[in-house]
Structure formats: structure tokens, C-alpha cells
Write a protein that binds this ligand. Sequence first.
Ligand code: NAD
Length: 483
Amino acid sequence: MTVAHLQIPQGNLFVAGRWVPAMSGAGREILNPATGGVLTTVADAGPADVDRAVQAARTAFDSGVWPGLSPRARGRILLRVADLLRHEAEEFAELESTDVGKPITFTRNIDVPTAIETFEYYGSLAAGIEGAVRATAFPAMAYTRREPIGVVAAITPFNFPLILSCTKIAAALAAGNTVVHKPAEETPLTALRLAELLQDAGVPDGVFNVVTGGASAGEALVRDARVDKVAFTGSTSTGKRVVAQAGETLKKVTVELGGKGANLIFADADPAAAVHTAMSGFVFNTGQFCMAGTRLLVERPVYADVVDALAQACSQVRVGDPRAPETVVGPMAGPRHLAKVQSFLDTAEDDGIRVIRGAAPSTSDGFFVAPAVLVGAGQESRYVQEEIFGPVLTVQPFDTEQEAVRLANGTSYGLAAGLQTRDVSKAHRVAAALQAGIVWVNGWAMLDVAMPFGGCKQSGYGRENGPEGLDEYLRTKSVVVAL
Ligand code: NAD
């Protein structure tokens, strides 16, 4: 696969408005998931690089160059970022597709448009950041101020690099914070290109910094006492470590973690639409989606028909070259992700589970895996309880609404859930009973920048998107002036 026409970032970190190499000179190879070949080498930041980036963000914050701007002035710059991103949409779509292995149709129609909308949304919302005048029992002029928190460490995972970078950066900057962003070690390329765009849009030096690196860079950021808030998205196991490390300096933390989304098909649902939703719910983004619908619960009268329809649909999913417009499922983003998925598929049949497989491309290159439906996995099995993070769906029957809700809520996760039904009362009743940060009825992954998402239970806490997502980057100060 040729990617010669793309401007692929290499080699440097973005600190205080300049491109600088890692102090140690260390680099990290970035792979093309569709071929397994090396795309580029980026700087591998160590603690000294993190120190320098945090100092740049601290200095920029304390100088007032960004928090001292009016919210409207900040918003105008973020709207300019959206314009520049729109201008470079195709470049970003191709870069994201090449770096992550996402089908180009999706990066063109979902990832990049969502990134643009996120800057537009928070650029517009910035104008509404304001406090309130309060009545007191004694003579005073009393009011609240909504202030930025300070330096934000924005740490993101590999699966939606551009969208998750933008979600954190746009909200944090709209609120007036400065940012050190550490993208995932496997997929940092669009974050690096974003740094150029922010600079071109007029974000002052030091306000936005990017360090590429792995766990040690992330840990150095989280532990640094000059960082005031950590916005983390990643696995539940890393999230627990982040919360513990951030606790040492009592930072404000939001953690957006793993999921094991339950999708309930009731017997009254539109059968074709329900199966279509079930399929897209687990194959979207090659199943590397925290909010994927990876547990299908089907009401017994339609269970056998749904399993048959899934087998049929699975055989028709187009798995292959992410650059081909007809591709629906690309490769896994990297070898460690493929190995994890494979470790579940390798044992499933021995554990008495029927495995229905789709077709994967017949190539030994790249990190491809065929979609798979697991029929007969028990509620307490690891297939149902653990996040596989690939295109793998478990299917279980249920007999009553109560049983469906019990099974759906019966994991340690609580991120996304959904139900397919034509009964309006049941829709609202079950939506209220499901333990999840977001619930979809008659569809899946209906996400919008205006609608907050986030976890309950071990899927984490905090919300991104919507006004709630902006609130996470603001704090309230009360001012009371005696009269
Ligand atoms: P991960 O936890 O391995 O890594 C996430 C980020 O944390 C990376 O940038 C990594 O370098 C960094 N990191 C690793 N160790 C660290 C440490 N000790 N301190 C600070 N940072 C550290 O996750 P991943 O494999 O990249 O991503 C997949 C996971 O992310 C899945 O569990 C998925 O469900 C979750 N996810 C959640 C959401 C959400 O909104 N809830 C969205 C996307 C992905």
C-alpha cells in the first residue's frame, strides 16, 4: 500500500510551539495495520520530555495568555481550528485510516466530521461560560466565576485517536486551560497534525503541547504536581492506576474506560432492523469501540431466527483493505490487539461455544480477524464478562424483561447499552433500568457532540460531550463583596 502522498509526521514532539526531538533521541516505530510494515518513526518521550512539556503548559497558563482571553475570543480560535480541519479533511481522513487501519469510508464520514463538529460545538459553547449573581442573607454583592482548572493532561487510547483528541482538547481549551496531550503509542499521527492546525489557528505557544510516548510518559504526566487535571480515556486496568497515581497530588480526574455493551432484542422489534443494528453494533471500528454492543440478549421466541440471520449477515461483511470504499471492517490496530482477540477465539470451541465466523481476507500481512458470533457462552464466562475489544459478539437468550435487565447489568462495566423494541413504554422503562452512561433505543452508536457520554461502575466517571463535557474542565469560585 502506498502512502507516499500523505504528509506523515515523524520524529518530533510539539512543545511550547516548536517541534523538538526527544531529549534521549529515542524513537518509536508506527506500524501500518493493513500491512504490518513500518509507516514512520515518532519521538518516544521520556520523563524529561514530559517535564519540559508540562513546564510549557504551566508557564502558558500562569502568564494568562490563554485563560486571560475572553471565552468568546477563545471560541473564535477554536472555530478557526474547525475551518482548517474542514479544509484538510481528506488529508486527516487518509492519515487516520492509514495509522489505525480504519476503513476510509468511516474516517471520511465519521471521524473527521465528528472532529470538526467538536471544535465547532465547543468553540460556540465557550461564549456561554459565565457565572451567576446570588442573593445572600447579608448585604453583599455575591457572584460565582467559572474558571479554568489549569494544566490538563489529556491521555487517549488507540481506537478513536482523532475524535478523542478533539473531544478533550476542544473542551479543555474552550474552558481556558492549557494542555499536554499524550496520544496512544500506536496511533499518534493525527494528534501531531492537529498541533500544526492549532498553531495555524492562533493558539498561542505553550497552550497546546503533544508528547508521543508510552506508559512511562503517561505516568510521568499523571504524577506531575504542576498538572491540575487528568482527562484519561483507556482501559479499566490502566484507569485504576491513573486514579491512584493522580490521587497522590489530589488532581481532578475523569476516567472514560472499558465497556461490554448489552444490546437487547425484544420479540416485538423490527427483525431486519434489529439484526442490522446488532451487526453494526459489534463490527463497527473492527469492534475496537468502547461502546460496542458486544453482548446480544435476544427474547426467546425470536432467538433462533436472530442467530440464523446473524450467521448470514456475518458471511457478507466486507473485511479488507481499509482504503477500499466498500470495506466495512479493516484490520485490528496492532499485533497486541489481534493477539488478545485471537486468545478468546482460540479457546471458545473447547469451552463448548458454537463459533460463527465471517470471512477475513486471505493474506498473511496485516492484523486482520474475521467477525465472529459466539453462541452458548454462559453469563459468568470470560466471553461475556471481559472486554474482548474486537469484532466478537456473544448471543444469549432471555425469557422476561426482568431477566434481560439482570443479564444486561450483570457485568462490572456500565458504559453503553441499547434495546430494540416497538413498545414505547417498554423502551423508556428498560432504558431507565439499564446501568449505563448512554442508552440507545432502536439503533446503536447514535452519538452526537451535544449528548454527553461516560461510564458508571468500572467504565469510569466523568462525562464528555455536551455542556457536561465543558463543566469537567471548569471550576467555580465564589466572590462575595461586602456592601
Ligand atoms: P490503554 O489503557 O492501554 O492505554 C490508554 C492510554 O493510556 C495510552 O495513551 C497509554 O500510553 C496510556 N497509559 C498506559 N499506562 C499508563 C499509566 N500508567 N499512566 C498514564 N497513562 C498510561 O488503552 P488502549 O488499549 O489504548 O485503549 C483501549 C481501551 O480504551 C479499551 O478498554 C476501551 O474500552 C477504552 N476506551 C474507552 C472509551 C470511553 O469513552 N469510555 C473510549 C475509547 C476507548
